[in-house]
Design a binder for this molecule. Structure first.
Ligand SMILES: Nc1ncnc2c1ncn2[C@@H]1O[C@H](COP(=O)(O)OP(=O)(O)OP(=O)(O)O)[C@@H](O)[C@H]1O
Ligand SMILES: [Mg+2]
Length: 306
């Protein structure tokens, strides 16, 4: 149109300038609307989360759990996750004296992790009762109960942040020396020092990747720092190589000394070192005893069958 002299060059340039001036605020407006929507829905989710009431709360006359010995007792405990579901655990009776190292074994999905999550009251028992030092856990203050129980979970959860923060989370307010001491006890100090920034290495989403065994040792260090009289260790089912398995095993045994310890065991070495082994089946706790006793029983049973 310029070449045919329908539009003059000055008009064209003016037009283009106007268009720019006009579209800029429109773009800004669109960007803003999008951001506003994102922010608003995020805020709504946040408020929704804050509004959730915990299922389990302190009883009115709950007492604190003090000077814990660590005697744990299950009395006819049954549990189901939802009313319409089948019971996962039925009529479990179990007594674990203070300081004992107990291994829990059984097929996958039978309810080993579930049984252990009842002790810190992550779920409420459907029937029966669980006592710690003779006190029903439903009559204890949740915080004081959980302060006395250390849990190393099957899949370790690490937070975005530094190695140091992740260990210190075990006991907020611990000094740097205490954190390092805990890491040494958990056999984690050496590999932490080899990371690019030592204890200040970021292990967040974009941070360095840790192996399964290393993650587990970090979470053991957390529990060393917390130093609780009762310990629950859900052994990772994912295979660790022999070397890390040995190190994790060592740290676990050091940690278990002088505490009531529940280990959900998947490895023979863990089972062999336990003072008491519980075999969980669909019928409940089927067998109890030390490794030798259970082996003898098996040999005896096999002899009977033959
Ligand atoms: N949060 C949950 N809600 C509903 N059902 C669940 C929940 N967690 C576990 N279950 C069910 O309870 C049963 C026992 O699960 P649990 O995790 O205790 O098994 P497990 O013995 O620890 O197995 P594994 O050795 O594989 O870790 C399973 O049938 C499982 O599907
Ligand atoms: Mg489990």
């Amino acid at each position: 149109m310029v070449t045919r002299e329908i539009v003059s060059v000055t008009d064209l340039v003016t037009f283009l300038l106007y268009i720019n001036v006009f579209t800029d605020p429109v773009k800004t407006l669109i960007d803003f609307t999008e951001q506003f929507q994102n922010g608003y829905s995020g805020y709504e989710r946040f408020i929704g989360m804050l509004d959730v009431m915990p299922d389990i709360e302190d009883a009115k006359d709950a007492e604190p759990l003090e000077q814990v010995q660590g005697n744990i007792c299950f009395q006819d405990v049954s549990f189901r996750y939802e009313k319409e579901h089948d019971a996962v655990l039925q009529h479990i009776n179990l007594e674990v004296p203070a300081g004992k190292y107990v291994a829990l074994v059984g097929p996958s999905g039978i309810g080993k992790s579930t049984l252990c999550s009842l002790i810190p009251r992550f779920y409420e028992v459907t029937d029966g009762r669980i006592t710690v030092d003779g006190k029903d856990i439903r009559r204890l203050q949740l915080k004081s109960l959980r302060d006395n129980i250390g849990v190393v979970q099957q899949d370790v959860y690490l937070f975005a942040g530094t190695v140091y923060d992740n260990i210190a989370y075990g006991r907020p307010g611990a000094s740097r020396e205490e954190v390092m001491e805990a890491a040494k006890n958990a056999n984690a100090h050496t590999f932490i020092m080899e990371l690019p920034h030592g204890y200040d290495t970021d292990i967040g989403q974009r941070g360095v990747k840790l192996s399964g065994g290393q993650k587990q040792r970090l979470s053991i260090a957390r529990v060393f720092l917390k130093n609780p009289p009762i310990l629950i260790f859900d052994e990772a089912t994912s295979a660790l190589d022999n070397e890390s398995e040995k190190v994790v095993q060592e740290s676990l045994e050091k940690l278990a000394a002088n505490r009531t310890t529940f280990v959900i065991a998947h490895r023979l070495t863990t089972i062999r070192n336990a003072q008491q082994i519980l075999v969980l089946t669909e019928q409940g706790i089927e067998e109890q005893g030390t490794h030798e006793e259970l082996l003898e029983k098996m040999v005896f049973m096999q002899a009977c069958i033959i």
